[in-house]
Design a protein around this ligand. Structure first.
Ligand SMILES: NC(=O)c1ccc[n+]([C@@H]2O[C@H](COP(=O)([O-])OP(=O)(O)OC[C@H]3O[C@@H](n4cnc5c(N)ncnc54)[C@H](O)[C@@H]3O)[C@@H](O)[C@H]2O)c1
Length: 448
């Protein structure tokens, strides 16, 4: 910790920070915890999708308070834990008023770490319908920015054939503390055959999951979280990180594989290692590096190393593991997850090489998802914002303090927040979620 950082986090330092308008950030509820307080369900239209999904989750629901035009607007008697709005029937601008009328009392009555979740249809239909679909996105992003106390807002798009079992893992994740640092985001859930019937607390029991870059930081948190969910972890990292890699692998009861993922035979070596364990259910491509410089100072070596580790290696490994002829490859019905970054999605000064690689990861999952749908393999990415790790610990203190507060939750995320989102995507019940890039960034103001 630098002298400046020490001064800033000391008692007098905190008092000065408070005077400068820097409040203590809210404490976020994490883990498999449900919101504290009632779950309120508002249905706009005929759909019973949200009601049926909440029933599968075993959650009882209460009716919403509706703003009746009187001032002051009616409020809830006590704090509510969440408002779930089934807005799949919203197709006109006039109907948006019904959304406002249930949101207004709920926003005021929401408990700490509460949730606003809106279900909507994808943008299709006539001009008004399509513009209304985007209007819901604008509402979600803005509500997320206005919420306090660590509460979040999420928009989930569902297709007309989505049933409750397709949605159960998504709604469970969004409502629980597992999604603590996912805020102001929107993603889509489709439909698959034989959808889930409940939320499982150990959804990965006995499944083999490869995590690259697992020796520390986000990768180690991914290994721990997926092991908690029952997975057998193959922890991969470079030989130089061998000691910490072995420590993580031992801690989670998995195995360690010392390997530079850019090696030409990396995919083959992962498969050989996994063949002993009976094939791979999921690969989490977490290993990544930064070699930051302004573009005018970025030489070919800096450019190549970042693109090779963060993107090209991943493609080479996938090619081997997806080849049905590979013994120990990815099983049908398996999962691939890449790690993008908000820097890639929004662009970030001094990171052209990194942004190229991370935007490339987003492009890769969007390209692969439809191609692998027939094998029931899902391909998704998470895009972390500012997460407290050794990587971000190297940023100078003042700059770091600005980055970590530049989001709707006014704090940096934790590695476990990224890990929990990956756990949700790996859940067998999430098989209707593919081709998505989910930001884990607390609604980072950069390109939000
Ligand atoms: N920390 C953040 O705020 C943040 C934000 C956005 C994205 N990310 C991404 O999340 C991932 C993890 O980040 P982190 O902060 O934990 O980083 P980190 O530097 O703490 O850990 C990365 C790990 O990857 C390993 N690794 C690097 N090159 C490798 C190679 N060629 N072969 C095998 N292993 C290799 C490293 O040894 C290290 O253990 C990275 O892809 C990073 O780009 C992080």
């Amino acid at each position: 910790m630098s002298a400046l950082e020490k001064a800033f986090t000391s008692k007098p330092g905190k008092a000065i920070a408070a005077k400068a308008g820097l409040k203590e950030p809210p404490r976020l509820a994490r883990g498999r915890t449900w919101p504290e307080g009632a779950i309120v369900l508002a249905e706009i239209g005929e759909s019973t999708l949200a009601r049926e999904t909440l029933a599968l989750l075993g959650r009882s629901v209460e009716s919403p308070i509706v703003d009746d035009g009187q001032e002051p607007a009616p409020g809830y008697g006590s704090r509510i834990g969440a408002l779930v709005v089934d807005a799949t029937g919203v197709t006109t601008i006039d109907q948006l008023e019904q959304l406002r009328a249930v949101l207004r009392p709920a926003v005021r009555g929401l408990a700490k770490s509460g949730r606003i979740v809106t279900l909507a249809r994808p943008a299709e239909g006539d001009w008004e319908q399509r513009s209304v679909a985007r209007a819901l996105d604008g509402i979600n992003r803005t509500v997320a920015k206005e919420l306090r106390g660590g509460a979040t807002a999420t928009l989930v798009r569902v297709t007309p054939d989505t049933v409750a079992g397709d949605l159960v893992s998504t709604l469970g994740f969004v409502l629980q503390g597992r999604s603590a640092f996912v805020d102001g985001q929107a993603w889509s859930v489709g439909h698959t055959d034989s959808p889930a019937t409940a939320l499982d607390d150990r959804p990965l029991d006995g499944k083999v999951v490869v995590v690259t870059g697992a020796a520390r930081g986000i990768g180690a948190a991914i290994a721990r979280t997926l092991a908690r969910d029952g997975a057998h972890i193959i922890a991969v990292d470079i030989p130089a990180a061998g000691e910490s890699l072995a420590a993580v692998a031992n801690e989670v009861g998995g195995s360690a594989l010392q390997l530079d993922i850019t090696a030409a035979d990396a995919g083959r070596r992962i498969a050989e290692h996994a063949a002993r364990a009976g094939g791979i259910y999921a690969v989490v491509h977490n290993a990544g590096i930064t070699r930051d410089k302004m573009l005018v100072n970025t030489d070919a070596a800096r450019w190549a190393s970042v693109l090779d580790v963060n993107l090209a290696a991943q493609i080479r490994i996938n090619d081997i593991l997806l080849d049905p002829a590979t013994d120990g490859g990815l099983v049908d019905g398996g999962r691939l997850v890449g790690i993008a970054s908000t820097s890639g999605l929004a662009g970030n000064k001094g990171q052209t090489n990194y942004a190229a690689s991370k935007a490339g990861v987003a492009g890769l999952v969007e390209a692969m998802a439809p191609d692998l749908a027939e094998r029931l393999i899902t391909v998704n990415a998470v895009a972390p914002g500012f997460i407290e790790t050794e990587m971000t610990g190297r940023i100078p203190f003042v700059q770091r303090e600005i980055f970590r507060r530049s989001n709707s939750l006014s704090q940096g995320g934790r590695p476990v927040d990224v890990a929990e989102t990956i756990g949700y995507l790996l859940d067998p019940a999430s098989k209707a979620v593919t081709g998505q890039v989910i930001r884990v960034c607390g609604q980072n103001l950069v390109g939000a």
